[in-house]
Design a protein around this ligand. Structure first.
Ligand SMILES: [Zn+2]
Length: 210
């Protein structure tokens, strides 16, 4: 695959495909998970230390990079910061969750796929197997999100099975940073698998700090 200049810094898989920044490497192994402080959520969070893994899993996002992309406004593919004037989200009926946001007092559409800049969005919709597999190509819609006030950050917290079960039940670490879109008009569809949370459980809470 020919890799555009602006993605030349990304790692490639064994078939030469660029691997988006947010992608998880390796399979979901409990031993890669730790709980540490994450400044992007201002508290304990689950990290998947996958930097020594050699095979990307195009169907999954890495938790700490997903939170970083959403909270810091980075493009999920190239990891560059995107100004509000140029942010997009890829939205599909399958990838939208409906979450009750207490501060809004109602159920609103929420996405877990982080931001994209326009060129990466177009590239990803055509070429990135991860995004396509996570959000069914036929239904993908590229939606410009231009103002921070049209969004609200939602942090999911939860626990994971295995070695971290006791600690994660006690600490309720952050898992994913999601983007609530109270103004988006979208029909309710079947809930998709989204980023996938792995074993354990999570609940969504609106982040009062933002
Ligand atoms: Zn990008």
């Amino acid at each position: 695959m020919e890799i555009p200049d602006w993605l030349a810094h990304l790692s490639v898989d064994n078939r030469g495909r660029p691997v988006p920044y947010v992608n998880r490497w390796g399979s979901e192994k409990g031993e890669l998970l730790t709980i540490r402080h994450d400044p992007h959520v201002g508290g304990p969070a689950i990290f998947c230390d996958d930097e020594h893994e050699t095979e990307p899993d195009f169907k999954a996002q890495n938790m700490q990079r997903q939170r970083e992309c959403v909270a810091a406004g980075l493009c999920q593919v190239c990891a560059r910061p995107i100004p509000w004037s140029r942010r997009f989200l890829v939205i599909s009926g399958m990838s939208v969750e409906w979450v009750h946001v207490q501060t809004l007092g109602r159920t609103v559409p929420v996405v877990t796929e982080p931001w994209l800049d326009e060129r990466c969005a177009r590239f990803a919709m055509e070429r990135c197997p991860g995004l396509i597999r996570r959000a069914r190509k036929a239904e993908l819609t590229l939606v410009p999100i231009r103002r921070q006030k049209d969004t609200q950050l939602v942090v999911s917290r939860g626990w994971v099975e295995g070695e971290l079960e006791e600690a994660s039940r006690e600490l309720e670490p952050a898992m994913w940073c999601k983007i609530a879109l109270p103004k988006l008009t979208i029909r309710k569809g079947p809930r998709g698998t989204g980023a996938g949370t792995g074993a354990g459980t999570e609940r969504d809470t609106a982040d009062p700090a933002r």
